[in-house]
Design a protein around this ligand. Structure first.
Ligand code: GLU
Length: 467
């Protein structure tokens, strides 16, 4: 089998959104699964709407997602001479022609056709006029007037278009810029793309592109059209409903592997498995298990996937990911080993790195002010001697370990007849400022003896005055 080559070809007219990332990911996974090549191409022929800052942002988002490319980024704006060569080729073969119909005339003729109840397609006026190039001429593709253009879509199955439905497409505009349907075919031929995987909104373009392949005598690639993503109310994803930029998710504390995991499962499945490592995705991903029904983008599920991915991550790596989020809340350059010890205690309760940084705060900063309700209930004058006793026993622990701390609390409960909650809650408040936190013994063990004792002493003063 020849090498599998896929591509992602965003237009830099906006940020990389989830829909684009979904397409990029499917192409990347197919390339990686078959050990082929993944090509990145920037479709920037629309000078007005293309912006360099979006190119930068798209590359940044791809890099963050880990969707590395083997070739490119190519830029259509740098490939104009290649397109012109192919235009000349079609003109020479008689498969394209010059057209001097002006926009105003085309508009009038379209309206007249509509008024007669006909389809408003190009009427073929210049098709047989043998015009020469001029300042206001465009080039049109001479499409077949009869017959059917069909393909076997690798996701959607058989698709056919009646050629009568398709008019002669402009392939080179009067300003010398090729149109999308033409440039994309020349690119995909010259870049030797074997599978074109893109959103189903491109289905109407495909018969036109197939006709151009055929006119150029080029071998057809496979086409796969992915169902579009829907919002939870089954409408189109909009800015308000989930069509956010990939980098927003980075900002909000999602891991790139969570987004990839989640997006891979939208429109593809592997049995009942929901959580995948990157390697597993590469190993299992083929279009045979792509689904034809649209995937619904569900943020709740993405949050769940993210929490699972955080849990599955080695602590040192998770600590590295968390560090910039700690910096955001004023915890600068924390010791990585310490962060790595703290993160496993937090991952069961957090859905994002933003949440985790907040939950981790007490490991690094004074836990005060204490949660008001909790302090009123547990940091009372009666609690002060309990805290004192805990401190005394902690101080004289021969070995400071989680097991020893656990034993200490159980012995104290047994000896005093106090319920564990009345013993643990004052200490928890003293150390974390809250009534809910990770396991108390692991916290004490991580904070270490001097810091724990210091915090308990501060809480004793508070409690003594809390009458
Ligand atoms: N540049 C096109 C887009 O952003 C992609 C075209 C294609 O995949 O063929 O929609």
């Amino acid at each position: 089998m020849s090498e599998v080559r896929t591509r992602f070809s965003p237009s830099p007219t906006g940020s990389l959104h989830l829909g684009g990332a979904h397409t990029a990911l499917f192409n990347w996974l197919i390339a990686r699964h078959f050990q082929g090549a993944f090509v990145l191409r920037i479709e920037d022929t629309d000078k007005e709407r293309s912006k360099e800052e979006f190119v930068t942002e798209i590359l940044d988002a791809m890099g963050w997602l880990g969707l590395n490319w083997d070739e490119g980024p190519y830029r259509q704006s740098e490939r104009l001479p290649i397109y012109l060569e192919y235009i000349d080729h079609l003109l020479a073969k008689g498969a394209a022609y010059y057209c001097d119909c002006q926009p105003e005339d085309l508009k009038m003729r379209r309206e007249a056709a509509l008024a007669r109840g006909e389809k408003p397609k190009y009427d073929g006026r210049c098709r047989h006029r043998n015009l020469k190039p001029g300042p206001r001429t465009a080039v049109r593709f001479k499409g077949p007037e009869t017959g059917v253009t069909r393909w076997h879509d690798l996701i959607k199955g058989h698709i056919a278009f009646d050629n009568q439905e398709l008019d002669d497409l402009v392939i080179l505009r009067t300003d010398g810029i090729p149109t999308y349907n033409f440039a994309v075919v020349v690119d995909d031929i010259t870049m030797r793309i074997t599978q074109i995987i893109r959103g189903e909104d491109h289905i109407p373009n495909t018969p036109r592109q197939i006709q151009i392949y055929e006119a150029l005598g080029a071998e057809l690639p496979g086409f796969a059209h992915m169902p579009l993503m829907l919002s939870t109310d089954r409408g189109k994803l909009s800015k308000r409903r989930g069509a956010k930029s990939v980098l927003d998710y980075r900002e909000r504390g999602f891991l790139p592997q969570s987004l990839c995991n989640y997006l891979a499962r939208l429109g593809w499945s592997h049995g009942d498995q929901e959580i995948f490592t990157r390697e597993e995705l590469i190993q299992y991903f083929t279009l045979e298990h792509a689904t034809t029904s649209p995937g619904v983008f569900d943020e709740e599920k993405l949050l769940w996937v993210n929490s699972q991915q955080m849990k599955a991550m080695p602590p040192a790596a998770l600590a590295r990911e968390l560090t910039p989020f700690l910096a955001r809340i004023g915890i600068e350059a924390p010791e990585q080993e310490y962060v790595a010890r703290a993160v496993p205690t937090l991952s069961a309760r957090c859905h994002t790195l933003v949440e985790m940084a907040e939950a981790a705060r007490f490991y690094f900063q004074d836990p005060r002010p204490y949660e008001e309700k909790g302090a009123k209930k547990f940091l009372t004058a009666e609690a002060a001697p309990i805290l004192q006793e805990v401190a005394r026993r902690l101080e004289s622990l021969p070995e400071f370990s989680e097991a020893a701390i656990n034993q200490l609390f159980h012995d104290l409960a047994a000896e005093t007849g106090l319920k564990m909650v009345n013993l643990a809650q004052p200490v928890r408040l003293a150390l974390t400022g809250r009534t809910a936190s990770p396991g108390l013994f692991e916290i004490i063990n991580i904070l270490g003896s001097p810091e724990t004792l210091q915090r308990i002493k501060t809480a004793i003063s508070f409690a003594a005055g809390n009458t």
